[in-house]
Design a protein around this ligand. Structure first.
Ligand code: ATP
Ligand code: MG
Length: 393
């Protein structure tokens, strides 16, 4: 079956009142970007509150659907046959041919849903639906009409300049178009959680930047490449990501030499948050994003989160905070990150980890230990200035 266009249905952005066009335009520009690498030529247009992708000439349907399936804000993708209006009889013939091509087995129940935005069409919607239904039944006696729970809905829309015909509705990813809701700085490690956290915020319309802390030579080139690859996987949904790769070795070693070992992870994480926040402020991001989830590890008990959070003035979004691991894994698999996330390369957090890290740190105690570090301004500035930037997506 050759479809000449797609009707793009969107969910939440449809209810944004006067700002609706901003969301629609954002969605259209994301659709264009997603379709750019797909074989074929596509035109994304808007007409009377509807978004269409018009396919010009031959194209790869599977690739196109897959690419559109990653554009947040889309609730469903309907492959369309667009017809010129050449009279009702011609329309009956086209609908019959459509059913023939789209459905090999003619043994299902159906209902015709007709709509006309062109009010001077000689038949009204009820008449169009009833007469097309009869024509389909006459052509394929194995079919039945079921107006309550049809197996197949056949949609016919008579519009000003064309007639749309469709019956299939492929679910989109939902959410809001990226770019409709600020920018977040994602703390991206090589694990399972942080790519999922970034994906979730992006799904609500946020653009992403990311920061990865590595500790060469204790963490290797492969660990870094893994994080770049994870950023690339997320960027297939979120659009381009500017990834800051921060050399954390000096800070980490110094904390290791200076502070109690059981507090190492917490203090390190506080420095990660501080640096991430400075990078975020520099680049105009409004929030930090982490993959933290209550109780997952010692550094994510509620008390630990309190200590980590205390250094942030910027809001920290933790979309996974109340998720169970298996639910996070399910999303990770769905977005295609899991196989990369489980590659066994060391993370800087795991290198100097204490055998018995504190699980209920007290903020006042942590702050006191940190005082031993003295003025960290220069060391932090060195880490920020030396950050390597990789752009993905
Ligand atoms: P993840 O699977 O995301 O690595 P995790 O279960 O390993 O999470 P932690 O290592 O405690 O948990 O990290 C908690 C969060 O802190 C991560 O989700 C991530 O947002 C951030 N983070 C941890 N390590 C790094 C790192 N090396 N670089 C950047 N962010 C990090
Ligand atoms: Mg981790």
């Amino acid at each position: 079956m050759h479809y000449s266009a797609f009707l793009i249905k969107y969910a939440e952005i449809g209810v944004k009142g006067k700002n609706r066009y901003i969301f629609e335009d954002q969605l259209m520009s994301r659709l264009r970007a997603a379709l750019r690498p797909v074989e074929g030529s596509f035109r994304v247009t808007k007409s009377v509150g509807r978004i269409y992708v018009i396919c010009e000439g031959e194209y790869d349907m599977d690739q196109a659907v897959q690419a559109m399936g990653r554009v947040f804000g889309i609730s469903s993708i309907c492959p369309l046959v667009q017809l010129a209006d050449e009279g009702f009889e011609k329309l009956c013939g086209s609908v019959i041919a459509f059913v023939d091509e789209a459905y090999e087995k003619k043994d299902f129940s159906f209902k015709v849903f007709a709509r006309r935005t062109r009010k001077n069409y000689p038949l009204d919607s009820m008449e169009i639906a009833a007469q097309l239904g009869e024509a389909i039944l006459a052509a394929y006696p194995g079919l039945t009409v079921d107006v309550h729970e049809p197996d197949v809905g056949i949609y016919v829309e008579i519009r000003d300049n064309e007639i749309n015909l469709y019956s299939e509705s492929i679910p989109g990813p939902g959410g809001m178009p990226v770019g409709s809701n600020g920018t977040g700085m994602l703390l991206l490690s090589g694990g399972i959680d942080s790519p999922v956290a970034g994906w979730m915020c992006s799904k609500r319309g946020m653009e992403l930047e990311a920061v990865y802390f590595h500790a060469p030579p204790y963490t290797g080139e492969q660990a870094k490449e893994k994080v770049v690859e994870l950023a690339r996987i997320v960027s297939a949904y979120s659009g381009p990501i500017k990834l800051h790769i921060v050399n954390f070795t000096e800070i980490q070693m110094y904390i290791y030499q200076t502070c109690p070992h059981d507090e190492l992870t917490i203090i390190m994480r506080r420095y990660m948050m501080r640096i991430a926040q400075m990078l975020a402020e520099k680049d105009g991001c409004q929030a930090l994003i982490t993959g933290e989830s209550i109780g997952q590890v010692a550094s994510q008990t509620v008390q630990s989160l309190v200590c980590t959070n205390a250094v942030c003035t910027m809001p920290v979004f933790r979309p996974l905070i109340a998720f169970d691991k298996m639910d996070i894994v399910a999303i990770s698999e769905k977005i295609g990150a899991y196989e990369t996330s489980i590659l066994p390369y060391e993370d800087c957090c795991t290198i100097f980890v204490a055998k018995h890290p504190v699980t209920k740190p007290l903020l006042s105690v942590i702050e006191k230990s940190e005082l031993k570090l003295g003025d960290m301004t220069e060391m932090v500035a060195r880490a920020i200035d030396g950050a390597e930037i990789v752009k993905v997506g």
